[in-house]
Design a protein around this ligand. Structure first.
Ligand code: FE2
Ligand code: FE2
Length: 297
């Protein structure tokens, strides 16, 4: 990975999340993660679009890992007494509604940036949650997420080689996702209890996540100078250019949109149905032996 664990680590000053006192918060958080892992079904779409065999093999393996992560969160939630519930609409939109429109967008936005952001959240839970069985599961899962981020970084590097227009476009789209994180930080600052030992650090944690996203963009080569050296007008132009390109590319799907919105045309995927799926509703903790023997690497 282009960023180390140390660089991505946020210092919560030793503050801890308590599995009993903070159950409601943990339930909310793990439900967002659970949904994120279910969106792993999208890997199938990109497997069909893979540029070479090596990438195809990577994605085939990733799809298995993401489905395994679904079980990880079901297991964690069962251990902590948390119920599977719908994810926040913003999270649903960010992970499903904003699905990349091309291979380059997928590897840059969803894998390097998006999974990089989730990885940072996993590190934060590992560092703060006072529940060893959960932390042990997450420690194994982050090794796989690190590989997904690394693949995204390498593939983005390859994709932008000799294509300055693509570099600008990915930068414009990244600026939008960083803006989204800043919005989220502002929302949290207003809504969350400022006296909670861990939550009071969240706005600073999200700012740190954006800082790491900027460093990652620079090391990949999408960004060639610090963001502070790019004027507001230039940033707006980059965003407009990126979305202009997206609009042209998306005209075909725009024509089909009215049909897809009709209920009998809307295909329900696992991301729409998982909460009612027998695998989720009937989930049972594995026997103690298999709990430690689960292959993760
Ligand atoms: Fe995952
Ligand atoms: Fe992943």
């Amino acid at each position: 990975m282009l960023l180390t664990r140390e660089e991505m680590t946020f210092d919560f000053g030793g503050a801890k999340l308590d599995p009993v006192r903070d159950r409601e918060l943990l339930e909310w958080m793990f439900n967002q993660f659970l949904y994120g892992e279910v969106t792993g079904i999208q890997v199938g779409h990109w497997l069909y679009d893979a540029p070479d065999l090596e990438a195809a093999k990577f994605l085939a393996r990733q799809s298995l890992e993401e489905m395994q992560h679904v079980d990880n969160f079901l297991r964690i939630m069962t251990m902590l007494g948390c119920q599977p519930k719908p994810a926040h609409p913003a999270v649903r939109f960010l992970s499903t509604g904003m699905m990349g429109g091309s291979w380059a967008e997928h590897v840059a936005l969803e894998m390097a940036q998006g999974e990089g952001f989730v990885l940072q959240a996993f590190y934060a839970v590992i560092d703060t949650l006072d529940h060893k069985p959960t932390v042990d599961i997450l420690r194994r899962a982050v090794k796989q997420e690190e590989r997904h981020v690394e693949f995204g970084e390498e593939q983005t590097k390859k994709a932008i080689e000799g294509k300055p227009w693509l570099r600008r476009r990915l930068l414009g789209l990244s600026l939008v996702s960083m803006w989204g994180v800043r919005k989220l930080a502002g929302y949290m600052e207003k809504k969350l209890p400022a006296d909670h030992v861990v939550l009071r650090h969240l706005p600073a944690f999200l700012a740190h996540a954006n800082h790491c996203a900027e460093i990652r963009l620079r090391r990949i080569g999408v960004l060639d100078r610090p963001l502070t050296e790019i004027s507001g007008a230039k940033r707006a132009a980059l965003v407009a250019e990126a979305y202009g390109g997206k609009l042209v590319g998306g005209l075909g799907s725009l024509v089909a949109l009215p049909f897809r919105m009709l209920p009998w045309f809307k295909r329900r995927r696992v991301t729409d149905t998982y909460l009612a799926d027998p695998h989720v509703t009937g989930y049972q903790l594995p026997a103690p032996d298999s709990a430690t023997a689960q292959p993760q690497e």
